[in-house]
Write a protein that binds this ligand. Structure first.
Ligand SMILES: C[S@@+](CC[C@H](N)C(=O)[O-])C[C@H]1O[C@@H](n2cnc3c(N)ncnc32)[C@H](O)[C@@H]1O
Length: 297
């Protein structure tokens, strides 16, 4: 990952780390999104209590902390040291010691402790070479960290390497189909053509020093990435296919919230509705290793 891009991604997330949970807490739209996400993940979570989990782009540990609290051995990875500090604080509150591993690009290869403390990987998606192959039975990457990787294809390939045979990954990405309107609004037809070709655009923040390039994905691309890495695409959904964000006020009424949540979950795998969704989320499984047969000569 180019150093400038990396430092902008890191800088932005370091700045928001302390506020991050409060941005979402108490917002009915996000409460529904998180509830739906959680149910989607759990449907595909490996049953074995020995499953080792990795929360990638963990932020403040919204997902990984749930697995850790439930007793699964869970490691966390983020480019932002300050996000990892938030996770460290939550683990400390549970009385769980952890090991911090510095594995940012250019760092010498770290020694890994041989106990079962949670590992907090300070690492970037663009260089995951320090992480052990086939170690994780469940990898969650929510909140679209892949968008910020300079080479998303390489990051995805690496993540498939970390997955154990039979392991499952659950990932959300920004939906390219949702970026189109922005270019129409600005009358930028040339920009639109380029965006549709590459999926690359800028993450807009007030401070130009914190702006960085992101990649948005199409459903077809997700299928292709899984196919190329030999992963079985188990589920692909839009988040959210109903206009729940725009009409979030409806979600204040418990009865309407329950009904809209039910409707959303009944529709979110409908491909025809994917263009409505800000995010695409998918679950992919790595097949069990094939046992090679021995034949007599
Ligand atoms: C939008 S937050 C999502 C946090 C959390 N997963 C959640 O769902 O609440 C994205 C996280 O990905 C991390 N991230 C972004 N780019 C990354 C990269 N290239 N390598 C590792 N982490 C990255 C950010 O620091 C941030 O914590």
């Amino acid at each position: 990952m180019a150093k400038r891009q990396r430092s902008q991604v890191e800088r932005y997330h370091d700045r928001v780390a302390g506020l991050y949970d409060t941005i979402y807490d108490g917002d009915p739209y996000w409460e529904v999104v998180f509830q739906i996400t959680w149910r989607h993940l759990l449907r595909h979570f490996p049953k074995d209590m020995g499953t080792r989990c990795l929360d990638v782009g963990c932020g403040t540990g919204r997902w990984g902390m749930r697995f850790a609290k439930a007793g699964y051995r869970t490691d966390f990875l983020d480019i932002s040291r300050k996000m990892l500090d938030q996770v460290g604080g939550k683990l400390a509150a549970l009385g769980r010691p952890r090991s911090d591993i510095f594995a940012m690009p250019g760092a010498p290869r770290p020694d890994l402790p041989d106990d079962s403390r949670p590992l907090l990987w300070h690492a970037a998606l663009d260089d995951l070479s320090a992480l052990p192959s086939g170690a994780y039975g469940f990898i969650v990457w929510q909140g679209d960290p892949l968008n910020c990787a300079e080479k998303p294809g390489k990051a995805f390939r690496e993540m498939a390497r970390l997955l154990a045979p039979g392991g499952v990954m659950a990932m959300s990405v920004d939906n390219r189909l949702q970026g189109i309107y922005h270019y129409f609004k600005d009358g930028d037809v040339k920009g639109l053509a380029e965006f549709l070709r590459t999926g690359k655009t800028n993450w807009i923040t007030d401070d130009p020093e914190e702006r960085y390039r992101i990649t948005m994905f199409t459903p077809g691309q997700i299928r292709a990435m899984c196919r190329e890495r030999g992963l079985e695409l188990v589920s692909l959904v839009g988040k959210t296919v109903l206009p729940l964000r725009r009409f979030r006020g409806l979600l204040d009424d418990p009865g309407k919230r329950a009904e809209l949540t039910r409707l959303e979950e009944s529709l979110h795998a409908e491909e025809a509705l994917f263009a409505n969704a800000a995010h695409l989320e998918f679950i992919a499984r790595k097949p069990e290793r094939h046992v090679s047969r021995q034949f007599d000569a």
